[in-house]
Write a protein that binds this ligand. Structure first.
Ligand SMILES: [Zn+2]
Length: 73
């Protein structure tokens, strides 16, 4: 079953430079159990009404997904 079947790609590069910088630097990595290691290869998508920023951890290269709640818009 494809879990990403109804995800809608968004354009991360449309965000302001400050926003992009913040999302790239202010991260939480489940694998490393550390915050703010940073990520690379960022992309943005929407799934079931929630917006996510997804990238790869600078330290372990694992997937890092940030869920954007309303307060962070
Ligand atoms: Zn990591």
């Amino acid at each position: 079953m494809a879990i990403n079947s109804d995800r809608v790609e968004r354009d991360f590069s449309q965000r302001s430079a400050e926003d992009q910088q913040a999302f790239i630097e202010l991260t939480w990595c489940d694998q490393c159990q550390k915050e703010n290691l940073g990520l690379f290869d960022p992309c943005e998508y929407e799934h079931a009404g929630v917006i996510y920023i997804e990238g790869k951890c600078n330290q372990c290269k694992g997937l890092v997904v940030t869920e954007l709640t309303d307060e962070e818009f």
